[in-house]
Ligand binder design. Sequence first.
Ligand SMILES: Cc1cc2nc3c(=O)[nH]c(=O)nc-3n(C[C@H](O)[C@H](O)[C@H](O)COP(=O)(O)OP(=O)(O)OC[C@H]3O[C@@H](n4cnc5c(N)ncnc54)[C@H](O)[C@@H]3O)c2cc1C
Length: 386
Amino acid sequence: MPAPAHGRGGRKQRSRRPRTTDQVEVGMAEAEAHSIVIVGGGICGLATALALHRYHDVWQQGDRTSREKVPVRTELRCLNRKDMIEALAKDIPAGMIRFGCRIAAIDADPSSHGAVLTMADGTTMKAKVLIGCEGTYSVVAKYLGLSPVRTIPRAVLRGFTWFPHGHSFENEFLRLRVGDFFIGRLTITDNLVHFFITMPKPPTADVSTKDLKKVRDVALKEMQDVECPAEIIDIVRDSDPESLNFVTEFWYRPPWEVIFGSFQKGTVTVAGDAMHAMGPFIGQGGSAGLEDAVVLARSLARAVEDADGAGKDAPASAREKMIGKAIGEYIRERRPRVALLSLESFIMGALLVRSPSPVAKLACVAVLILLGSKSLRHAYYDCGRL
Ligand SMILES: Cc1cc2nc3c(=O)[nH]c(=O)nc-3n(C[C@H](O)[C@H](O)[C@H](O)COP(=O)(O)OP(=O)(O)OC[C@H]3O[C@@H](n4cnc5c(N)ncnc54)[C@H](O)[C@@H]3O)c2cc1C
């Protein structure tokens, strides 16, 4: 996704002009060249593109059964992913998003601090700044030398239930453990409720995991067997079949890799799950990707401002250095935050999935208390404004 970026003097431009696409030579073939390329059009990629675009505009102008309710303070909101993706995408100018463009490989660009991207169809593209937002199996993360993400087998069924006459639930995040099920319920509007069910084991082999209604039936039967509260059973049974989503494994980057991993090479970096995949255990992966987008756009914007201040005769290498420095600042700002989230999610996952020894369990609980997990402290984070 070629993203908005300033050319020389771009900050002082008054009119919004489409990005230009130069043609430059790469070996024998001609490759497109862009100032900033964002790979991946998920939550983080779209948010980063929009954040950079907006900046442009601004310049121009317990036990086996436990139940806990976390009341929603201030601004904790549950959003439907589809709505968010649409909201982010709709404000990105047409032509800036390129569909069906799968990046197969990335190589260093010998003529700059950026990179040369090779698409699955063999075409190439040069990026002065490259931001990898392509999620867990990020090609950019591999280029940066990061290890592949790890997986945990665990089945989760998610969905939405519509209450035509309104529901009676408080605006709260209900977390419920019944037997080996871990269930979450969040209200989205007065009529719409989101739920997730982490199942102890995926449905048996004779149930296709693509047949979501069947998966739901199996889950309902097992939930009834462990005497799950009727209000939860009703929500799952009445869910919209079209809204159901089922995954059988989670991806994560261990917290120590988030703490020590290299997230930068010249003007190439990563954001979102490409940087810090953390599984769904604390429901913060997507939110952290949005924060990355804000911080990265802010840092890059500062660098472009400095580069513009250096004058249009400043050598390209000086501009690249400033951008590289800004990416370093972005990583320094984000690392402590995403490291703590990754640690919290990792510990939650260990408690839920791995059945640790009593001593390990005690240590895990102690760390979670320190991190304020129970009060959802992780969600009350201010990454600042664009
Ligand atoms: C069961 C479950 C529940 C979750 N619940 C929550 C929650 O409640 N709250 C929350 O904040 N987070 C939650 N998460 C985490 C959240 O889904 C992720 O953190 C988030 O989707 C990551 O966004 P992203 O944009 O970084 O990556 P992705 O959403 O993975 O998007 C990556 C994009 O890049 C594209 N892509 C991939 N490879 C390439 C390539 N080679 N070339 C070009 N494009 C490529 C993909 O097609 C995709 O469009 C949950 C995750 C799971 C699995």
